[in-house]
Write a protein that binds this ligand. Structure first.
Ligand SMILES: [Zn+2]
Length: 99
């Protein structure tokens, strides 16, 4: 990860946090700018990109627990934009269909 991507990640995290009303995307724990982490819905390991629709704000335990896995069930409990991101995460990412 280079410096430019880190800056983008910070900005996307702040935007996601605002969008989510200051709560963890996965567990609804209250977050602030300090405690929020940027979580790739479609993990980087599976080709997930650092784009606004692939970044959610998550508490550290959730981010850590998910690790490199995608969890479609969790995704589907969430809103439409997350669902779209999850479809990206759910298996096609490795095929290079959406680069
Ligand atoms: Zn959480």
């Amino acid at each position: 990860m280079n410096g430019t991507e880190q800056r983008r990640l910070r900005r996307f995290r702040a935007e996601a946090l605002q969008r989510q009303g200051g709560r963890c995307f996965w567990c609804d724990a209250g977050l602030d700018a300090e405690s929020a982490t940027a979580d790739h819905v479609s993990p980087r390991a599976f080709g997930g990109r650092t784009t606004p629709d692939n970044i959610v704000a998550a508490c550290w335990p959730c981010n850590h627990r998910r690790g490199r896995r995608t969890d479609r069930k969790l995704c589907l409990q969430r809103g439409a934009s997350a669902e779209a991101a999850c479809q990206l995460a759910s298996g096609d990412a490795g095929k290079g269909g959406r680069a």
